[in-house]
Design a protein around this ligand. Structure first.
Ligand code: APR
Ligand code: PHB
Length: 399
């Protein structure tokens, strides 16, 4: 190992997923120097398939970050989604009607590609394959991050550290355990998802069926995304494409099942469902954003939207502090971000409960689920509440 080499920057960003890259982009646009440290290769980061529905607030933040070009041409603007249950009943989550804003279907993989392209175009510093990232002196005025690249150990002295390194990252763990409180909930099932180069249905459709939850979603006019609820112990090789399509169709009413265009899958994966929130989202000069601080189950696609809203708050706060010496936003970052996080954590937990079949459910629970869906379908008040949350709550400012 060679001697440590020293670099200096304003904000050291740990993690080059959507949260870290978007923060880097927004800080750079405001003239705040930053460096992103990502432990994986760029190819690896860009190969991950994740959710793909954006709240309008997220669309506006991406546009405002100069990364909205391809999203605005390729993204599918839609007024919400449908829910079907008991094989016949339907409701439309019409966010345009009840919350006055549409949604945008645009894959997280594309967002990450757009962010990498924008960082390259502006000469942003993103160091991929940065190994053994460590955070030091986060509770002092002189924090630093260290990493190893090509056998060389490098230290970056900085003013602030942004922990954007996802659920399995090191940043959250750098906060002493005694100063953190973690809230967690696991669900007794997962989602088996496929991507296929087939035309999607025109609308996003969620199903609560007696065989379990299912979802028809989209990426672009020739790329579809489908999910079915599965047991946690499910193995991918038990699910050849034919079996997947057959099971998917059994979970939808016949007219919808008949309209699903099947084809070979180009990706297939299983994701367990988890809710997790770690409080607070800051400690000393370390600020967490995105999955580093919270995980939501994918029902409602809130994960990417929360990463974007955290970054909106954090970039505003860091810019106010570094450029104007105004510390008020940074001091309130954790509380403000957590209010929005808990809104989405509660909503995605509730929507998961409404749409899935749980192993321990008794007939009473099933009737209650049906009743709640029927109530929503028949009540303007219920629909307004559902749509307001599905479409995403507004961003806050200081009072
Ligand atoms: N050092 C450097 N980078 C790290 C480390 C580490 N020790 N550990 C993890 N990383 C990187 C990961 O390789 C990943 O690229 O941090 C990045 C975190 O990215 P994401 O997991 O995508 O999290 P985030 O940017 O917060 O985006 C949240 O991703 O999981 C979805 O549904 C979620 O849509 C949401 C979005
Ligand atoms: C997706 O397209 O991956 C998706 C869409 C809506 C959700 C969850 C995931 O609620």
């Amino acid at each position: 190992m060679r001697f440590e080499e020293f670099l200096k920057t304003g904000v050291a960003i740990v993690g080059g997923g959507p949260a870290g890259l978007l923060l880097s982009q927004r800080l750079h646009l405001e003239g705040v120097e930053n460096v992103v440290l990502e432990c994986q290769s760029r190819e690896h980061v860009l190969s991950r398939i994740r959710a793909g529905v954006l709240e309008w607030g997220s669309v506006e933040v991406l546009r405002d970050s100069d990364v909205g070009g391809r999203m605005d041409t390729d993204g599918q603007v839609h007024d919400g989604a449908d829910i079907v249950w008991s094989g016949e009943h339907r409701l439309t989550i019409d966010t345009k009607k009840y919350a006055d804003r549409p949604m945008m279907a645009y894959g997280q993989t594309n967002i990450t590609e757009d962010l990498y392209a924008a960082r390259d175009a502006m000469g942003g510093v993103v160091i991929n394959e940065a190994d053994e990232v460590t955070l030091r002196d986060i509770d002092t005025h002189h924090p630093s991050v260290g990493y190893t690249k090509n056998g060389e150990r490098i230290r970056i002295d900085c003013e602030f550290i942004a922990g954007c390194d996802g659920f399995h990252g090191v940043s959250r763990q750098a906060i002493p355990a005694a100063k953190r409180q973690e809230f967690e909930k696991e669900y007794p099932f997962g989602w088996l998802g496929i991507l296929s180069e087939t035309p999607p249905l025109p609308d996003l459709i969620y199903a609560n069926s007696e065989r379990g939850f299912a979802l028809c979603s989209m990426r672009n006019p020739m790329l579809s995304r489908y999910y079915i609820q599965c047991k946690l112990e499910t193995k991918l090789d038990e699910w050849p494409d034919d079996r997947f399509w057959e099971e998917l169709k059994l979970r939808f009413p016949k007219d919808i099942a008949d309209a699903i265009v099947t084809g070979p899958s180009i990706e297939k994966s299983i994701a367990p469902l988890r809710s997790f929130v770690s409080e607070p989202m800051s400690y000393g000069r370390l600020f967490l954003a995105g999955d580093a601080a919270h995980i939501v189950p994918p029902t409602g696609a809130k994960g990417i939207n929360l990463a974007i809203s955290d970054v909106f708050y954090l970039s505003r706060a860091l810019v106010a502090q570094i450029k104007r010496g105004d510390e008020r936003y940074l001091l309130s970052y954790s509380d403000m971000a957590l209010r929005r996080v808990w809104g989405a954590a509660r909503f995605s937990w509730w929507l998961t409960g409404l749409l899935h079949r749980f192993p321990q459910q008794v007939p009473f629970d099933l009737r209650a689920q049906e009743q709640e869906l029927s109530y929503l379908a028949s009540s303007d008040t219920g629909m307004r509440s559902l749509c307001e949350q599905y479409a995403g709550l507004p961003f806050e400012d200081l009072g």
